[in-house]
Design a protein around this ligand. Sequence first.
Ligand SMILES: *Cc1c(COP(=O)(O)O)cnc(C)c1O
Ligand SMILES: [Zn+2]
Length: 412
Amino acid sequence: MKHVTCAKCVRCGAEYEAVPDLTTCKCGGILDIQYDYAYIRAHFTKADLAACQDYSMWRYRPLLPVEPDSPSTPLRVGWSPLYQADRLAAELGLKRLYLKDDGQNPTASLKDRASAMAVVKAREAGADTIACSSTGNAASSLAGNAAAAGLSAYIFVPSRAPKGKVAQLMVFGATVVSVEGSYEDTFELSKAAIDRWGWYNRNAAINPYLSEGKKTVTLELMEQLGWQVPDYVALSVGDGCTIAGAWKGFKDLYAAGFIHRLPRLLSVQAEGCCPLNRAIQTGEPWRPMEENTLADSIAVGVPRNADKALAAIRESQGIAVNVSDEEILEAMRLMGRTQGVFGEPAGVTGTAGVKKALELGLIDPDATVVSIVTGNGLKDVANGIRAAGEPMRVAPELPALLDAFARRGIEP
Ligand SMILES: *Cc1c(COP(=O)(O)O)cnc(C)c1O
Ligand SMILES: [Zn+2]
């Protein structure tokens, strides 16, 4: 990898050779992949991208830490649609809003970007088995991407994981361990098993390549926007790997000369579980919190990527907003009704945060905002129904229908 220089600890600055099975630094800090931007500037241009026919995350290989001869993954990960969401913007009183629907990835969440990267690096490491713990989507995306590439997967999920995600795991043929405990307990058990059996580790805050996969959401977003940098990018935050990856993408594009300014990040967490935002808001170190929200994908009381995520939010002069479960469900209805986009609770939390930030006067209504929809609503239909309710029940006769409409004030 001529364009990669090393992996550097975000805590103590120690540098390591960028081998495929990197984990954390000796000091416990997370590593960050470092690039030779002079080399990248000389070998990668906007014109190269304009001519590229690969409509997946692998179109950005010159900015990704993979060997030139490593095969791409079989599933089409990335190149999710970016919608200009005028109807939603009008309801929110915002000048310009875009939704990037990453629920349209092969296993229906942004996590596919990290899992595809993990599969490539596992193969580079010569591994045939890969493992992770997850609140759900990292697991289902790993199981799907591993299945497509012919790798075995061992998956640890907390027993609260929604059925849709568990069904994906089972269908993709992973060995699934449903842990009777919190996400924190699940993570610790997966760690012990990975140590015991030596599997390739796809735990986001341990493996530094995963946020490099996630950064492709930004590379894509910027290419889709014609390299016009928005004012804000809103993301829901759990472990912090996604927001850190998104920020890395912006910094890469800046360093490689593709863009000339940076946006501000809008970090959105659930009120019932917001350890990272609380650290931003109070200026104190983060402390664990209970996992008290229906948005299971961001119910992370002990964030594993706190260092990188807090640095990203601060460097971007970002804004931290917390939203209630009711505001999350409201955002789900609103996005569905105005734009036809169905997100899972954590998938709509970024948008709930945009609404809240506007109400609190934290962002200017004249701003251009991109909200990343990180996961599809079909993964968690129970919360979809909780948000939008049940349909009317009607006997199969026209008079019954007329009666039902009249009672609800529906006038077709
Ligand atoms: C994982 C996930 C997030 C948050 O990503 P982190 O890296 O844990 O901060 C947000 N939304 C969805 C749908 C996710 O699956
Ligand atoms: Zn270190």
